[in-house]
Ligand binder design. Sequence first.
Ligand SMILES: [Fe+2]
Length: 247
Amino acid sequence: MRYALISDIHANQPALEAVLADIASRPDVGATYHLGDLVGYAPFPDQVVATLQRAAIAGVAGNYDSTVATGYKHCGCRYEDPQQEALSHLSYQWTLAHVSADTKRYLGGLPFRIDLRPLGGHAAGPTVILLHGNQVLNTVYVFEERPDEFLEKMADAAGAKRGDVICFGHTHKPWHRVVRGVHFVNTGSVGRPKDGDWRAGYVLLSVDQMAIAAEFVRVEYDLETVAQAILASELPDEFAAQLRTGG
Ligand SMILES: [Fe+2]
């Protein structure tokens, strides 16, 4: 079974369209799921949600999705400095004010976690767990630098056994590690990468009887359209610059 996992789209409609076209060109992909953070930072939140609904792509709630849906006081994001914090609040206020009632309802209905059984639930086999942050909160950042003990605790708390896969996003940086036989796959970000590569990122996860493989894919997209739309909106211009540099 081969899955396409897309995360942290963040209202970047051109990036989402490019990624979905890339997935559509791969006939071996059996299913596509999103790992949350559909909105925020760019001016196409309703379009992104409508596109996912049209394509019947299920997924989990990111911190941005659940805070916008509930009208929370902030997006639950982490800030490196006061300037970043101020920009982040502007993004959140803009998004709260601009998403439609339908979009809010859809975001509020997203599940926190989805478990997949690629080889069937009638027999023992790997479980693929889809989250946004970690198994307790969608605001927790699971960075690649986390020590083995952190990931072992995460696997135990999530109920993951040897051979299972835990997939998540939130940090906007892709990585794959195996700790005590459990795979940890961070999908990176479709619409707001922070690893220095401006291209949209997603993961192809392959699971069969013998092996688990994660392939990180990068796709060029129409960056100017979203950059110009950010500049033309009341969103901070800095968000366009961040997209150009890949964070
Ligand atoms: Fe995010």
